[in-house]
Design a protein around this ligand. Structure first.
Ligand code: FAD
Length: 380
């Protein structure tokens, strides 16, 4: 089955690619080194409507569909994985629960301004002692009259230092494991909410990420995002999208690594000829091209199914697993083709290599994804 993109998709891809080529890629290394939140990129992405692609017009989105959303993620990741990470938070993970379960007041004060780049959101699941195992979260929530009280801490929370609001996973009843967790909206400035400092990371260094803690943090009951006991189910409804989008980020990185490696292989001379003439180098390029093609098929086949209303859990895990592992292979091959220059901080290839590691974690580790695929296959 051939993947067909509409004229609108092709035009949209071209527009995002132009933005990335002019405004993102030339500054991606500088942003990686600075590490400060890139407000100018963030505002430009809002201006260009990227945060609202998968949301309806009623909340300020453009109803562009999930395929277009993945095209955007792929093209942005070609220029900067840090920006890809920031955008994916703002346009999906940090805003989706507010969209689906927030009230009119949350939509007016938080969601719509977020899609316009006036507020920043964050998505807080991971904790110091629980990442993949969401049923093991220790952040608790208790009812007290017309309020909820949160206690605990979260780690690795992207955008935390600049966030205006947080979608937080907390347990109502730890004995119930994953069946006892739900999502809550916590706004910046709420007493008891503390934001920790930026974590120094291996990759995606152009984005900020840190600890968030809750110490008798009181929020109104209206800030429950979903009814009691539905947290895991509600998360699952977004998980296929998170995974395919992360696969699209991987595809973008693979293409960036491939383009750089192919260009270099044609120019770099050794033993009196361009290194692209050596079969060993050609094989690396061939493997990268194959990885890119297969990633594209998996990502967009699954994206189209999601856009058509399906929720393909096994296939989305496959798309994420393959495309993110492929991104790591492509980044690795590119550093080999660049040899010492692949080791030099002044060339972007080392950034691709470091950033690719993030893809193996966010949205589910490769090990977890294999569990999901195996469970899906065995249930047939
Ligand atoms: C740059 C960056 C940004 C991030 N941003 C966010 C964010 O905004 N919000 C957020 O909530 N989190 C965020 N995270 C955290 C990320 O989602 C978690 O790191 C990820 O879910 C894995 O959790 P963990 O690191 O606790 O690993 P663990 O769950 O402790 O896993 C450790 C190892 O054990 C393996 N493992 C665990 N369980 C199983 C199993 N059942 N079967 C087989 N193997 C298993 C894992 O695959 C892994 O190899 C971010 C991480 C990074 C690096």
């Amino acid at each position: 089955m051939a993947i067909e993109f509409s004229e609108e998709h092709t035009l949209f891809r071209q527009n995002v690619a132009n933005f990335v080529q002019r405004e993102v890629a030339p500054r991606a290394d500088e942003q990686d080194q600075s590490g400060a939140f890139p407000w100018d990129w963030f505002k430009r992405c809002a201006e260009l409507g990227y945060f609202g692609v998968r949301y309806p017009e009623s909340v300020g989105g453009s109803d562009g569909g999930f395929v277009a959303y993945c095209i955007m993620a792929e093209e942005i990741a070609r220029g900067s994985m840090s920006l890809g990470l920031i955008i994916s938070m703002q346009s999906m993970m940090a805003t989706d629960f507010v969209f689906r379960f927030g009230n009119d007041d949350h939509h007016r004060r938080l969601l719509k301004p977020a899609l316009q780049g006036e507020k920043v959101g964050a998505f807080a699941l991971t904790e110091p002692d629980a990442g993949s195992d969401l049923g093991g979260v220790r952040t608790t929530v208790a009812e007290d009259g017309d309020q909820f009280v949160l206690n605990g801490s979260k780690l690795w929370i992207t955008n935390s230092q600049v966030a205006d609001f947080f979608t937080v996973l907390a347990s109502r009843d730890r004995a119930k494991g994953v069946k006892g967790v739900d999502f809550f909206l916590v706004e910046k400035g709420t007493p008891g909410l503390t934001i920790g400092k930026d974590i120094k990371k291996l990759g995606t260094c152009g984005s900020v990420c840190g600890e968030v803690s809750f110490d008798d943090c009181r929020i109104p009951r209206t800030n429950a995002l979903g009814t009691s006991g539905t947290g895991a189910k509600n998360l699952k409804e977004m998980l296929a999208q998170i995974r395919v989008m992360t696969g699209a980020l991987g595809l973008g990185l693979s293409r960036a690594a491939y383009d750089a490696a192919r260009g270099y292989a044609k120019e770099r001379q050794a033993f009196g000829r361009p290194i692209a003439k050596f079969q060993a180098i050609q094989h690396k390029l061939a493997e990268m091209a194959l990885d890119i093609h297969a990633s594209k098929l998996l990502v967009y086949d699954t994206a189209a199914r999601i856009e058509a209303g399906e929720r393909p859990m096994t296939e989305s895990a496959m798309a994420k697993l393959f495309a993110t592992e492929a991104a790591n292979r492509c980044a690795d091959q590119a550093t080999r083709i660049f040899a010492s220059y692949g080791f030099a901080m002044e060339y972007p290839v080392q950034r691709f290599f470091r950033d690719a590691r993030f893809l193996l974690l966010g949205g589910g580790t490769s090990e977890l994804l294999k569990n999901i695929i195996a469970a899906g296959e065995l249930a047939k």
